[in-house]
Design a protein around this ligand. Structure first.
Ligand code: HEC
Ligand code: HEC
Length: 538
């Protein structure tokens, strides 16, 4: 149902009743909509109560400036926050949450419309945005991410209104935007608004189709696998139970990367039929979850992170056990020739014979969720080989030696914090991935084999002479054995030249040791000052 239809629905139903023109069959054949009429009435009432002092309600029940835009849940929440900060809106936190839910359900984005920019929604750190339009990026992605723009839908006139808001609110915007090289105001209101309206219009087939797709209840038994950066792979199950209105209770039963059993609880809300926003607690650590359900509602993917350190977390894949079957992950994802290795196959509904191409396999334990085995390979064939459980197939990297390493992110940022201030430190998490040069023996070619995370030792050093002169490596912070760089405290440091703060320009060095062979790889790390404004969509 489109928003317009949704808004007209009660009127049409009333008309049907009044004219007795619609047959009983017509009413019956209408499937239960994702957003019911009662919810629409309640949502409209919320806008009326909280917003209509400034946003006029039209005859067709739309509200000026509100009904002509679609945004993500985070986008709506930031919008309401902006109304509070800029325009003095006062709203209870219950109404704010209910409005974010209502607006995301009726004026949200379809799964395909958020796909290209989920990294930013998931608050991944140290990424370089992909999928950006260069013209728009040079105008609109210098103060905030491109995703903030690309995660909204509106027509040209509404994009122009947004430009006016920018001009009015930030009087220096034209100077900031290199006004000498361009007429920012004219471009923004002209060709840029035009292009934005074409690329990101209010009405799209994707959103119409998504509103007419059945939004599945998430309750059930789920299998979950994931990787926590700097720590390793985990797996387990989630029992999701509905608590009404698209909210859920979650019970986790996991096996940690260290192999211990971890249980915990969480709760979540699903916006727009697929945007899972969860809060959980495991072993005393509070996490947040930003996941997206697949179109059929039978799988979820996304990122989790620590409540107070959004930079620390990892990725998950979850499958609904009643509707899926197959291999989800192989841990570890590579097997070294000649070395007996324990391997875990995680999946749903696994059964049958287990084999690895070119390796001898001994199954140690097998359930429908998980097969644990030991494998020994003689090294031929090298490369991605088949790993099979019954009819389910996946791949495993077979190699003879780790030939080189890569450290990710290649360019990381950490931020000082604490030191009596309110902003916590922002850590930087590094990971080392091993590679084999592959059959051709040449590094950096197509046949190179990604061997997954490899164990390394970590150290930091001054990035260059200027950093050495300031002794950055001594003051800027420390890296842990799991590749987490923890910056030093905020504020001036009397021990440093000019009593400067604990910022620094560093290189991060990973060293992999195999017998008497040492491999190293480096990344660049800027340890810098705090960000004072940390909105959910940077
Ligand atoms: C005190 C007046 C006031 C109240 C109350 C108010 N707004 Fe606004 N709103 C404005 C003004 C002024 C603008 C235009 C300038 C701007 O965008 O900040 C605006 C703009 C907007 C926009 C367009 C922003 C964009 O992305 O271009 C949306 C959407 C919006 N408001 C939603 C709301 C919602 C939802 C509420 C109620 C929860 C609300 N407003 C309450 C004054 C208000
Ligand atoms: C000079 C810096 C700057 C430039 C350039 C800029 N923005 Fe913004 N933009 C901001 C700031 C600041 C905010 C408000 C931040 C907040 O509320 O957290 C914002 C907010 C937004 C929002 C969210 C508004 C809402 O209420 O949902 C959108 C969308 C947006 N900008 C789009 C654009 C587009 C499109 C362009 C290019 C035409 C652009 N921005 C250029 C600084 C800028």
């Amino acid at each position: 149902m489109t928003l317009k239809n949704a808004l007209f629905m009660p009127f049409i139903l009333f008309l049907c009743f009044y004219l007795s023109a619609c047959s009983q069959d017509d009413k019956k054949s209408m499937a239960e909509p994702n957003v019911t009429d009662t919810e629409i009435q309640a949502g409209r009432m919320l806008i009326s109560d909280n917003c209509s002092g400034c946003h006029m309600e039209m005859e067709d029940h739309t509200f000026s400036r509100i009904s002509q835009i679609r945004k993500t849940p985070e986008g709506w929440d930031m919008n309401i926050a902006r109304m509070m900060i800029f325009h003095g809106l006062e709203i209870s936190s219950e109404d704010r949450k209910a409005l974010v839910k209502f607006l995301s359900d009726t004026q949200g984005l379809a799964p395909s419309e958020t796909l290209a920019h989920r990294d930013v929604l998931e608050r991944k750190h140290n990424i370089i945005e992909q999928g950006t339009d260069p013209d728009l990026a040079s105008m609109c992605a210098r103060c905030h991410t491109y995703a903030r723009v690309a995660l909204q839908r509106r027509d040209k006139t509404e994009w122009q209104n947004l430009v006016h808001m920018h001009l009015g609110q930030w009087a220096s915007i034209e100077y900031q935007m290199l006004s000498r090289e361009r007429d920012w105001r004219a471009d923004a209101l002209g060709s840029v608004a035009e292009k934005l309206g074409q690329m990101y219009p209010l009405k799209t087939a994707a959103w119409d189709e998504w509103q007419n797709t059945e939004w599945k209840d998430m309750s059930g038994e789920w299998r979950i696998v994931g990787h926590e950066d700097g720590r390793g792979d985990f797996n387990g199950t989630m029992r999701i139970t509905t608590t009404g209105n698209d909210t859920y209770k979650v019970e986790y039963d996991l096996v940690s990367p260290e192999g211990t059993s971890v249980t915990g609880m969480g709760k979540s809300i699903v916006h727009s039929g697929y945007e899972w926003r969860g809060a959980s607690e495991l072993q005393g650590q509070k996490y947040r979850e930003i996941w997206a359900a697949s179109k059929d509602g039978n799988s979820m993917t996304g990122r989790f992170f620590q409540k107070d350190h959004s930079e620390r977390g990892g990725n998950i894949i979850a499958w609904r056990k009643s509707d899926t079957k197959g291999i989800m992950t192989i841990v570890p994802s590579s097997l070294k020739a000649g070395v007996e290795t324990e391997i875990t196959i995680n999946g749903v509904d696994l059964s049958g014979d287990v084999s690895i191409e070119g390796a001898k396999v001994t199954v140690k334990s097998a359930t429908a969720d998980r097969v644990t085995l030991t494998a020994t390979a003689d090294g031929t064939p090298e490369g991605q080989v088949k790993i099979t459980v019954g009819n389910d197939v996946s791949t495993l990297a077979l190699y003879t030696e780790v030939d080189y390493l890569k450290v990710t992110p290649e360019y990381g940022i950490s931020r000082v914090g604490g030191g009596g201030g309110v902003i916590p430190k922002v850590h930087a998490q590094f990971e080392a991935t091993g590679y084999s040069v592959g059959p051709d023996g040449v590094q950096g070619t197509q046949d190179d084999i990604n061997l997954g995370s490899v164990p390394v030792t970590w150290s930091v050093d001054n990035y260059n002479e200027a950093a050495a002169a300031m002794d950055d490596a001594k003051y800027a912070g420390e890296i842990t054995s799991s590749g987490t760089f923890i910056p030093a405290e905020a504020g001036p440091n009397k021990m440093r030249k000019y009593s400067t703060n604990n910022a620094g320009d560093l290189k991060v060095i990973a060293t992999y040791t195999d017998g008497d062979r040492n491999l190293t790889a480096e990344a660049h790390l800027i340890a810098t000052v705090q960000r004072w404004n940390n909105p959910p969509i940077m």
